[in-house]
Ligand binder design. Structure first.
Ligand SMILES: Nc1ncnc2c1ncn2[C@@H]1O[C@H](COP(=O)(O)OP(=O)(O)OP(=O)(O)O)[C@@H](O)[C@H]1O
Ligand SMILES: [Mg+2]
Length: 226
């Protein structure tokens, strides 16, 4: 592992079994993300991008291989420590936004902070983050009362509010029109720059992919630089 690596994946393998059939999704992924690096992950539908992201996010365990995040091995942590570690170090934006429908935008953003901070501080920080993504005027709206792009910005604010070391995004622009997508990429890049935040995002859009410093592709169960 090189000195400024924030995340290292070594020979990560993952298979699923469905009705007696084995699908080898990850067949030995090796990857190193350096601190402050920004990269995009592309690859065909079904190639294993979300699976890899979930493993990086410590939400799923690989069948074999080793992960080191900031020098720590999540596989060796008990579940309670792992969820605290994930909450502190990793910001995640899912392919489908996963906002809590019964809570307002500001509450959705504040919830990850409430595990470790007072309600008042959490709401203040959530408010600042929503301002940052241009949603000051939508703080009291519930997810169903927001547009797709607004929901995605709430999800991004929620991922960033804890000031993670690593930001992982699974097609954050997937369901958005090109202009809104561009705005979201610009927003992510400016926050990433400001915080020297290591950022990986999955996209099918070549134009967005090219905005990141490095592009990698998932194909036949492995990752290659392109
Ligand atoms: N929980 C699961 N159980 C069984 N098979 C799964 C599971 N999750 C994913 N798969 C299979 O693993 C393969 C990779 O899925 P994954 O979601 O990682 O692809 P992807 O590259 O993110 O695709 P997309 O671009 O469509 O989002 C697919 O063939 C999928 O059917
Ligand atoms: Mg996916």
């Amino acid at each position: 592992m090189s000195e400024n690596a924030i995340l290292t994946l070594e020979d990560i393998k993952k298979s699923y079994f469905v009705e007696g059939h084995r699908i080898d999704v990850l067949r030995g992924v090796n990857l190193e993300l350096k601190e402050g690096e920004r990269l995009s992950l592309t690859g065909k539908s079904g190639s294993g991008k979300s699976t890899l992201l979930n493993i990086m996010a410590t939400l799923e365990r690989p069948d074999s291989g080793k992960i080191l995040l900031k020098g720590e091995n999540p596989a060796k942590m008990p579940d309670s420590k792992l969820s605290m570690f994930r909450n502190r170090e990793i910001g995640i934006v899912f392919q489908f936004h996963h906002l809590l429908p019964e809570f307002t935008a500001i509450e959705n953003v504040a919830i990850p902070l409430m595990l470790t901070q007072s309600k008042k501080t959490s709401l203040e920080k959530a408010e600042k983050m929503l301002e940052r993504v241009g949603l000051s005027h939508r703080m009291q709206h519930k997810p169903a009362e927001l547009s797709g792009g607004e929901q995605q910005r709430v999800a991004i604010a929620r991922a960033l509010v804890t000031e993670p070391s690593l930001l992982l995004m699974d097609e954050p622009t997937g369901n958005l029109d090109n202009e809104t997508g561009k705005m979201i990429i610009a927003l992510i890049l400016s926050v990433a720059e400001e915080r020297n935040l290591t950022t990986l995002f999955v996209t099918h859009n070549q134009e967005f992919a090219a905005e990141m410093g490095r592009v990698i592709e998932m194909s036949e169960g492995v990752v290659r630089s392109i």
